[in-house]
Design a protein around this ligand. Structure first.
Ligand code: ASP
Ligand code: MG
Length: 411
């Protein structure tokens, strides 16, 4: 079981979480519980660390010490939950990342889990003791504390489940994964099941239910993950929440399962790039060396025969860095002009059914054309089509596509 920050926000809520855990234990389950810090706590700790030092890599870096600070939020909630469980007469103990251990690499602030030897934890759980594990934190092979990046407790939960060969229930603010954001389209429906592949696309395309890395991990280790509401008094029934599982386990398959939208986009256009072999490689080598993550790419011939236009998108936070990098290299690359557009958003449709059905793109483009929305870039994968559009049309596009693919809930 994993509980997010809202569920752990106050002693009173922690007591309610303990009651849910007690009910699960009474049903005869052996349990490991992963917890987030109290809601808002991580932001507060990050801010404190920022006040005192720059959180940059390199000389004078304080990232390893920042991890010591921010990982403490989860240590507090782990201890508090163990106390609450014991006071309800249950056997429970906390296991810090270094005690299990949850071994990670040393990329402080965004560490990746390398290994979780499950033996000690598993043996304790087998005796009937409930194990409480702080999410978000790990330890390097040198014994230094690391954190897994924002939202990382989801990844901790899936990783612990994988190590114990268990299923993973993630209790969160929403009662499942929806066909699209219900705040944008009230006709959105909760999906009873979604495949790992689809969830991975949805998560990386901006559906903020789970950290993307946690879905990757669940897919790699075939961990069944259920997303459930934490605002409940009793244990969830089998029909509640959303099960993230293997595609084969989903009987009712749709061509398109969901519509995702992300405003965290910026479009960079290089006009008049010399059309010679190696120039595209040169551009993206520079961006990669600066660790800038590129998403969509469009290259097209310009009017002049020996020039092309190159469009790519980056996260909004990276736009200024990418622009500077390109301007500094303008002579070396040889493009004529650069433009940066921040007022764009990406809207995507996702579905495993696309692999074997024709006409999915046509439905998308028709629905958007009907609303007068122009497309600035398009990208596809086997199970997704994304378009970049003006951000003013974000909501309109989401609703149009939700309807066009028959996802609207019956009135
Ligand atoms: N507390 C951490 C965060 O806010 C980790 C998590 O809750 O997933 O990012
Ligand atoms: Mg979260």
């Amino acid at each position: 079981m994993k509980f997010g920050g809202t569920s752990m926000a106050t002693p009173d809520r922690i007591r309610r979480v303990a009651a849910l855990i007690a009910a699960e234990a009474a049903a005869g389950k052996k349990l490991a519980v992963v917890v987030s810090a109290m809601a808002g706590k991580t932001n507060e700790l990050v801010a404190w660390a920022d006040v005192l030092g720059p959180s940059a890599q390199g000389v004078g870096s304080v990232d390893d010490e920042a991890d010591v600070v921010v990982a403490s939020g989860e240590q507090v909630t782990s201890g508090l939950l163990a106390i609450a469980l014991r006071s309800q007469g249950l056997r429970a103990r906390s296991w810090m990342g270094w005690q299990i251990p949850i071994l990670t690499d040393d990329s402080h602030g965004r560490a990746r889990i390398v290994d979780i030897p499950g033996e000690k934890l598993g043996a304790a759980i087998d005796t009937g003791e409930i194990a409480i594990v702080p999410g978000f934190q790990g330890v390097t092979s040198d014994g230094r504390i690391t954190t897994l990046g924002r939202g990382g407790s989801d990844t901790s939960a899936v990783a612990v489940a994988a190590a114990l060969k268990a299923a993973c229930d993630i209790y969160t603010d929403v009662d499942g994964v929806y066909t699209t954001d219900p705040r944008i389209e009230p006709k959105a429906r909760r999906m009873p099941k979604i495949s790992y592949e689809e969830m991975l696309e949805m998560a990386s395309l901006g559906a903020k239910v789970l950290q993307t890395r946690s879905v990757e991990l669940a897919m790699a280790h075939r961990v069944p993950v259920r997303v459930l509401s934490s605002f409940v008094e009793t244990l969830a029934g089998p029909d509640e929440g959303t099960l993230i599982c293997d595609e084969d386990e989903i009987v009712e398959k749709r061509i398109v399962s969901g519509v995702a939208m992300s405003r965290d986009e910026a479009k960079i256009t290089l006009f008049g790039v010399p059309d010679r072999i190696g120039v595209t490689a040169d551009v993206f080598m520079r961006l990669a060396d600066a660790k800038l993550n590129i998403d969509m790419i469009v290259q097209s011939n310009a009017r002049q025969a020996d020039r092309t236009n190159l469009i790519f998108t980056v996260g909004r936070r990276d736009a200024a860095a990418a622009e500077k990098l390109m301007r500094d290299a303008q002579d070396a690359i040889g493009f004529e002009e650069i433009r940066v557009d921040q007022d764009v958003c990406k809207v995507s449709v996702v579905g495993v059914g696309m692999k074997s059905h024709a006409g999915v793109a046509r439905t998308m483009f028709e629905a958007l054309a009907e609303k007068g929305i122009s497309l600035q870039a398009i990208s596809t994968s086997e199970i997704k089509i994304s378009v970049l559009i003006h951000q003013d049309y974000a909501e309109l596009a989401v609703r149009a596509l939700h309807g066009a693919y028959g996802l609207d809930a019956a009135a």
